[in-house]
Design a protein around this ligand. Structure first.
Ligand code: SF4
Ligand code: SF4
Length: 358
């Protein structure tokens, strides 16, 4: 019989929202009983979403500060809660499954039996959740594609927020960890199509936490740039939050395993809800019709045109630039997409835009 603490945990995970929030199905309980022991579940259930001190958390339990601290530290080191360092000491916060616990589980790139079990249980829960809820309609983009800056044609407008290197230059602390989607797929024994795994990047405070507690590693700016170039060569899509100023992570996504790309591709016009604000143009003089760009395009937005030059379906195109980086003839350049809106500046503005669209 499911213990009361896990029934309470269901309500808590429902209230934290996000994709795959708590759902009253058997797969939820199998998963959370593996993720949290009963003590951790009890503490999770009193953790607020906003960072709180140990004293504030203790006040909601019948436990001593030492006990609560010990449990919180255990949870933080396993990605079950968020933690921030402040001048007033450590603050802890409750996390949703996504973005949060699911990603944090696999950052370290471990391949233990337990990690394999968790990868399988998360997959089973997500599948059951999607079957129960159906296809989620994306009314407003939470995430944004960042184009490969070097593929943008001279003379086009390119904002600093359109350039991955802006974020690498801005932060002193850069951390790299395993891509949750590909690491989980690897643990389930799935094909990775030659895509690199340890290439998801975090910036600033969150990067410190990731490297200190979750098995990520700190990298220099030079190494971060080299990782981004490697991702571009492999054909991965740079992706981050749909804001211009508050960017603290950079994912490098593929078409086979990425959670976001998978959801976007289920939308009737994927290119409208996941885009960089750029689109490819083709130089017919240079193109030799080799079809490399068609094979590389993650959303299959390209087909060969009658003139033996690829044509783009803008309803599907993400504006990622993966086609351009792979063209052996240099026949593709990215251009501004007419009328593309400026993304929200901050997380608060993004939240307002999301509310306005629902
Ligand atoms: S990769 Fe370049 S040369 Fe090959 S079909 Fe595409 S545009 Fe033409
Ligand atoms: S055509 Fe495909 S590869 Fe090229 S920018 Fe669009 S989505 Fe990316």
């Amino acid at each position: 019989m499911t213990q009361t603490v896990y029934r309470e945990l269901l309500e808590v995970m429902k209230s934290r929202g996000g994709p795959y929030a708590g759902l009253d199905i058997p797969e939820f309980f199998v998963l959370v009983e593996e993720l949290f022991d009963p003590e951790e579940a009890e503490i999770n259930n009193v953790l607020p979403r906003k960072p709180a001190s140990v004293e504030e958390i203790v006040a909601k339990t019948g436990r001593s500060p030492e006990e609560v601290s010990k449990i919180l530290e255990r949870m933080a080191s396993r990605g079950l809660c968020g933690v921030s360092k402040t001048t007033a000491g450590l603050l802890y916060r409750g996390l949703p499954f996504m973005p949060g616990i699911f990603e944090f589980m696999f950052i370290g790139g471990g391949e233990t039996e337990r990690e394999m079990t968790i990868a399988r249980l998360i997959h089973t829960y997500k599948k059951a959740y999607s079957e129960d809820r159906g296809i989620e309609k994306i009314a407003y983009p939470v995430t944004r594609v960042i184009p490969v800056a070097r593929t943008i044609k001279a003379g086009n407008t390119i904002h600093t927020y359109d350039q991955v290197m802006t974020y690498i230059d801005k932060y002193d602390f850069i951390g790299v960890g395993a891509c949750y989607c590909r690491q989980a797929a690897k643990l389930r024994g799935e094909e990775l199509h030659g895509m690199p795994v340890g290439v998801c990047m975090w910036f600033g405070e969150i990067a410190e936490n990731l490297t200190e507690r979750l098995g990520g590693r700190r990298v220099t700016r030079e190494e971060a740039r080299e990782i981004m170039s490697r991702c571009e060569e492999a054909g991965l899509i740079h992706m981050s939050r749909n804001t211009t100023d508050e960017i603290d992570f950079m994912c490098n996504c593929d078409r086979w395993h990425c959670e976001v790309v998978g959801k976007v591709l289920k939308q009737p016009r994927p290119g409208l809800v996941f885009n960089s604000g750029f689109e490819p143009s083709f130089d017919a003089e240079r193109c030799v019709a080799c079809e490399t760009c068609i094979e590389r395009c993650p959303p299959e937005a390209l087909t060969m045109g009658e003139a033996n030059v690829p044509v783009v379906n803008t309803d599907r195109c993400f504006g990622c630039g993966v086609c351009a980086t792979g063209c052996p003839e240099g026949a593709i350049a990215m251009e501004n997409k007419p009328g593309f809106p400026i993304p929200p500046r901050t997380v608060k503005e993004l939240a307002n835009a999301l509310k306005g669209s629902s």
